[in-house]
Design a protein around this ligand. Sequence first.
Ligand code: PLP
Length: 388
Amino acid sequence: MTSEHIMNTYSRFNGVFVRGNGIYLYDDQGKEYIDFIQGVAVNCLGHANPVLSNTLAEQSKKIMHISNYFWSDTQLKLAERMVGLSNHNSLFFCNSGAEAIEVALKLGRKFGRSINENKYEIVYTKNSFHGRTMGALSVTGQEKYQKDYRPLIGGVIESIYNDIESLESKINDNTCAFIVEPVQGEGGVVLAQKSYLQKARELCDKYNALLIFDEVQTGIGRLGTFYAYEKFGVIPDVICMAKGLGGGFPIGAVLGNERASKTFVPGDHGNTFGGNPLGCAVGNAVIGELVDKGVLKNVNEMSDYFYGKLEELKSRHKSLVELRGTGLLVGLAFESEAKKFTDECYKKGLLLCTAGPNVARLLPPLNVKKDELDKVLSIIDEVLTSLE
Ligand SMILES: Cc1ncc(COP(=O)(O)O)c(C=O)c1O
């Protein structure tokens, strides 16, 4: 199916979806699907979560939007809550992952320039994914996304992910920032080694550069800790977030420690919608559920259960060569194309996406239940059997 009214930028499945409930989505023919894409790690509390729907409805009756010329109660509360959960000092609100990355890149550039004119190089990693705007794309180490858009921004330097020697050879006095995903999501669900992130911290300290973690996909509870960096025990200077923060409503944020935060002064950056009362109200509700109501604990319990069961499946199905991920960011790596597997799952009513050519990515909502995981495991088992 195509639409003459929408630019042709996505290769989509054919379904037209009209409503959802928890892990389920329903198309316009009334067919039920289990959604383990969840808006690509966005709907962290599933579809039509009543707490989030009520929050949005109630807040929309008070104020939906004011400009950033003023403060709002919901924005102040969300900032206090997010900073309180971190080791950082302050944050900037935006609307999406790529926007958060742009903020972090600008922060890095200004931080460097405040030290000397030559300190502007941003080091990034091969196979990363940071978004599609020109700055974010320039630090996304994947040829297929970059090739038609050159020249990209200058002063960006590629290094190899999880390779300490490569990082050592790229970071120097001219580096203003190093940007890295704690887990490369789009790049194939590849976890950073702790020693690698520790080395990155050490090098950024040595050369006075900002360490930026892109937690757009991995933050807000996805890995079982509120911020992804907690899982690795390495504290970055800057954290980019979006996706799960609004549970389905667009909101992003960039947290900075003191040395990063004080770089920006009025006029340095801004946006119209960032930190609007509706987004911040729903962000507060998301944190309430994750942190105060025990959803984070559920992530850890369900993750242990799920990986245990997936290991059993792996031992019975030779085509499944590796289990990847942590928390509820799960990758199933195949010898050949994962799309064959995700297409079959789709036919059986299970929505999954891929991450790189050979990996299927599973992104359940963080409040998923054991019996729901069991249903998914049984579909995966059936599909793997049918493909063998
Ligand atoms: C790690 C990471 N960074 C940045 C982005 C870009 O986010 P957005 O699509 O909201 O611009 C994504 C999106 O998938 C992502 O996974």
